[in-house]
Design a protein around this ligand. Structure first.
Ligand SMILES: Cc1cc2nc3c(=O)[nH]c(=O)nc-3n(C[C@H](O)[C@H](O)[C@H](O)COP(=O)(O)OP(=O)(O)OC[C@H]3O[C@@H](n4cnc5c(N)ncnc54)[C@H](O)[C@@H]3O)c2cc1C
Length: 403
């Protein structure tokens, strides 16, 4: 197979880039190793920046018809005190809320919407297993399909294969680890009809958790110190659920739905970024270029922003062949600053709030001064909402529409 662009990975970065390049009339193929997009507890937080992109693509009406929940005011309980973290209703944007939607719905929607582009092909159950090279240049990938191995030659290969990217590893790209002090256990608790609570984050001495109202269930993220998963398991599931029920009594009846460790998924938190995002013929974006901390739920949205920037910078150039490595590097030059700034803010929260919360012992927690200030001064909740919901230097769709 020979194409202009081969995208490895059908996550938010890969599916959005596939859509944008298909829309620009570029011959593009997206390879996804799984047979479907169904994966529980991937990032489900669609922020105003992504909603704006969907609007600019004329997709928003259909998108918002899919089942979702909306969040505007983020407030938490810090050592028994209520704190306000962000208020998205203060944003002067078209869609001032976070839409919670299963990631597979989002990806399926992009896939279905992209079917009208003749030049876009999404190949499910197709796993890239190696790079093809032409001297120094990456000239495509070798991929495993259900019925055998295929060589896909491409002028440009884009790695969107997530934070365990095989492509970037095969390309020998160096990862700079920034690190995180925590891992996260994700699970669902049942929800009774009419049950609701405005709390979003809870922090007690030695413990921290976040809950999202997902309509008919609670999505729960219980934060544990890095590397302590085995120790938490050794204490037993009942001990974990008892901790959860003490922190969030509203969850108690629904916790009976967590029957075994199979119902609890571990997210090993990583914060890192590539020093260099390119090789000749190859570009990495999304988690493959920078894994984000779950703080702020920005991972999906940054992946989408990378895709928009890539199409803006490269779609027209791709029409006439492979961009040079310097042209490809324009994507890093555009996106490295928002990524670095976002990771820096996440590290500040990790160091000042997560570390303090997870410190062993029962010392009472003091609400950090900044959190007190944001709680007391409502317009500051608009600024935190901006940082979370729109991020640094949001992208707008400028790539051509040749469909
Ligand atoms: C448990 C969990 C919870 C999370 N919660 C949140 C959240 O609440 N909010 C948020 O914003 N972010 C969250 N994230 C992070 C978020 O999911 C990612 O930042 C985001 O999905 C990155 O998008 P991506 O397209 O770069 O990569 P991914 O979403 O990782 O997509 C990569 C895709 O590539 C495919 N793939 C991998 N290797 C190959 C290969 N060799 N060949 C073909 N296909 C391949 C994978 O199957 C996958 O579909 C969470 C992540 C996890 C794991």
């Amino acid at each position: 197979m020979k194409v202009r662009c081969c995208i490895v990975g059908g996550g938010p970065a890969g599916m959005m880039l596939g859509y944008l390049l298909g829309r620009a009339g570029i011959e593009v193929v997206v390879l996804e190793k799984h047979a479907d997009f169904f994966r529980d507890f991937r990032g489900d937080t669609v922020h105003p920046s992504t909603l704006q992109v969907m609007d600019e693509l004329g997709l928003i009406d259909g998108f918002l018809k899919l089942p979702h929940q909306r969040l505007q005011k983020m407030q938490g309980m810090f050592g028994g005190e209520t704190v306000r973290i962000a208020d998205l209703s203060r944003l002067h944007v078209k869609y001032p809320f976070i839409a919670f939607m299963p990631q597979w719905d989002f990806l399926n929607f992009l896939r279905e919407s992209g079917k009208r582009f003749a030049s876009l092909k999404v190949m499910m159950s197709t796993e890239a297993i190696d790079l093809i090279r032409d001297g120094e240049r990456v000239s495509g990938v070798k991929a495993k399909m259900p019925d055998g191995i295929i060589d896909i030659e491409a002028d440009l290969t884009v790695a969107c294969d997530g934070r365990h990217s095989l492509v970037r590893e095969r390309a020998g790209l160096e990862v700079e680890e920034i690190g995180a002090p925590m891992d996260v256990l994700w699970f669902r608790a049942g929800k009774q009809e009419g049950e609701s609570e405005n709390l979003f984050a809870r922090i007690d001495p030695g413990k921290m958790m976040v809950t999202f109202d997902r309509g008919d269930y609670w999505q729960c993220a219980f934060v544990i110190p890095k590397g302590q998963h085995d120790a938490v398991r050794a204490r037993g599931l009942t001990a974990l659920l008892d901790d959860v029920a003490r922190m969030a009594p509203i969850l108690k009846p629904g916790l009976s739905e967590v029957k075994s460790w199979d119902d609890v998924k571990l997210l090993t938190v990583a914060v890192n970024r590539l020093k260099r995002w390119t090789r000749p013929g190859l570009l990495c974006i999304g988690d493959a270029a920078h894994a984000m901390s779950p703080i702020g739920g920005v991972g999906v949205n940054l992946a989408v922003q990378d895709a928009v920037a890539t199409a803006n910078l490269l779609a027209s150039r791709l029409a006439s062949g492979c961009p040079s490595e310097d042209e490809l590097d324009a994507v890093r030059r555009r996106r490295a600053f928002p990524v670095r700034m976002t990771q820096r803010m996440q590290v500040v929260v990790q160091n000042n709030i997560v570390n303090a919360a997870l410190k062993p012992g029962n010392e009472p927690l003091k609400v950090p001064f900044v959190m007190r200030l944001v709680t007391a001064v409502p317009w500051l909740q608009g600024i935190t909402a901006r940082l979370v919901g729109l991020g640094v230097r949001p992208e707008h769709v400028q790539s051509p529409d040749r469909a």
